[in-house]
Design a protein around this ligand. Sequence first.
Ligand code: NAD
Ligand code: LMR
Length: 335
Amino acid sequence: MVKATVCGAAGGIGQPLSLLLKLNPLITELSLYDVVNAIGVATDLSHIATPAQVTGFLPPDNGAEKALQGSDIVVIPAGVPRKPGMTRDDLFKVNAGICATLAQAIANACPKAFILVISNPVNSTVPVFAETLKKAGVYDPKRLLGVSHLDIVRASTFVATVIGNAADAPKYTIPVVGGHSGATILPLLSQSQPKIPDAILNDKSKRDALVNRIQFGGDEVVKAKDGAGSATLSMAQAGAEFADFVLQAAFGGKKVRTVQAYIDLGADAGGEAVKKEIGADLAYFSVNIELGPNGVEKILPIGSIDAAEKELLQAAVQELGPSIEKGTSFQPAKL
Ligand code: NAD
Ligand code: LMR
């Protein structure tokens, strides 16, 4: 029996994400929480003939904790999205409060759940979750995962496109480390499998354009949606795929491949080695991890990177420090 809860389930990401989780055969109970329309979305999804039993919850009568009670995994796309001209950081004021409130509800209702944070700015909201869980005395860094998987999905798509065969996107695996915002997004093109041809990798303008598209893919969608929000459908797919990695490792009995997620580097001894590799004492970083029954089983090295990536790493590290500090020092109004 596996219970999954989506917080922010009625939103642009929440609805398609909930649909994809309803289709996941490992989930037997799907709980949907939102401040609006969660009952409607749950009723709609409940007609689909898959094993997961769906229930919706709204805030009255302690709805958040009722929704979360006994959850094994909680996926969180709750909060406001960007409009053109905004940075992810502009969302912090509103979304940090929402994240702290949800973290407290998780601490009360399902302290052992895997927590997958989608709400932006991820570089800061993950530390907000960690601090709230620490205060509640239930923090387990192996179980808190900032979802940066959309950057990895985009990297495969954009690399295959530049190479000239977009349909090959699923064949490409490109690690993306650092964080989830602009210059903090560090695609390791030199580690691509299969390899990116030298004609692209060694051509500075082609390579810069590719890196820029991966780093600012979110802006591309915000601009195209022209005021109607940010990436929702691609994020739902990325979020459901990442949730499946976590579920497969914890409940599916499958050896899981290396993935990247934005996590507390204290989650495993390998985090200290990563700090040496990046030359900075950052508490959080999106890194290569192996998942297991308890979440983060191993933090793996970043590995060999080339000169262009070393330069990008410096920029990523510089921007990440203040974003982490912002999340760590956030004081919620009241919980
Ligand atoms: P949206 O406005 O369409 O949906 C957000 C939902 O959250 C709404 O239904 C809203 O009612 C709900 N909500 C608000 N406060 C809540 C609370 N306290 N408890 C529960 N639910 C609450 O927004 P969206 O497009 O779905 O984006 C959601 C978040 O995800 C944004 O912060 C966005 O920036 C972020 N995002 C992250 C990534 C990523 O790669 N990590 C990608 C895309 C979007
Ligand atoms: C994305 O990368 O698409 C998300 O973080 C949403 C955004 O604001 O760009």
